[in-house]
Write a protein that binds this ligand. Sequence first.
Ligand code: PLP
Length: 388
Amino acid sequence: MSTKPAPIYADNAATSFPKPREVIDAVSAVLGGMSLSPGRSAHRYSLECSRVIFDTREALADFFNCPDSSRIAFTCNVTEALNVGIFGLLGEKLHPGDHVITTALEHNSVMRPLRYLEKTADISISILPVSGDGEVMVSELPRLIRDNTRLIVVNHVSNVTGAVADIEAIGRAKGDAVFLVDAAQSAGVFPIDVARMNIDMLAFTGHKSLLGPTGSGGFYLRPGLGLRPLKMGGTGSNSEAEIQPDFMPDCYEAGTPNTLGIAGLGAGVGFVTRTGLAAIRAHEQRLCRLFLDGLEQMKGITVYGPAGGRERAAVISLKVKGKSESAVAQSLDRDFHIMVRAGLHCAPGAHRTMGTFAEGTVRFSFGYFNTEADVAACLTALAIISKN
Ligand SMILES: Cc1ncc(COP(=O)(O)O)c(C=O)c1O
């Protein structure tokens, strides 16, 4: 009798799985225990709900070294946070004729809003180039900065190559421009300190390495930086006024919030904090190194991104000679119960820089709950697929 091997989840860059037990417990405690209407009423359920949201805000503020938790606003994911940052700046600090710098490794959640502004609002865009190893060339930044550069948007960790951008160096070199960091892949694995790194706006998503549920995310916004809110409506505050409150976080949090997601996100941040970023990073690094070392022994596999022990996240893009990306991913799932993601990963620019546009790559992304045995099984499966 043949027994199926246990499924191996290696798609953590899309969303992390499994979630820590305490995340599941936090979501179900809130869903089963209170009425989910924070800041709207004075009854105990509403107050308890507000407390859950406040605690998560505080946990995130501590996590990113932001002294005032009211500078953290919740959104439903990093895409929404990035849209608030980019579109919200228009008419505030960003005007027609102004200039924006970004990188060749951005996700479509940055590139699509920027290209839209380029087309409709007379904003020009310069792209920070990427080295042969897939790393953003921060040394080129001073050359690109102009008098009218108002915004610099940078993906901290590439969701295609795992390359890590030196955001601290960008924070030092940014001049007067607003520095917006997309921390979708880094928050929960790499240390982020908004004060030390001189970050004006940090956009994060809850469901990746912060280990929360989908539908959660948010941003940090530096005091004094005004953004036009993308949505306006009820906030439970200043209800007598027919204009949107202008203070944080209410200004950006119109509508009943996702208390379930925020409760789970708070528990996820709690798990990461207790486990320790260093321990999480060390574990993922060990898995990544094991995988890369194994791939090096294999014929017919091309690996992309930082090589030779350079700093990188456990996100590894590869190609198998003679096989389409979708065929490899399908075989991994069907024949070996290994889940990965094939294609362009919503970051066509990253694939253009690597020469893998338009077919893309097969992406393995390991998380804290993967094991060395998972990596060994991935290597065995790839060895078989590449030989067939
Ligand atoms: C670098 C990067 N930015 C943005 C996103 C969008 O994330 P979300 O779908 O949670 O908004 C992703 C998701 O894959 C990502 O990897």
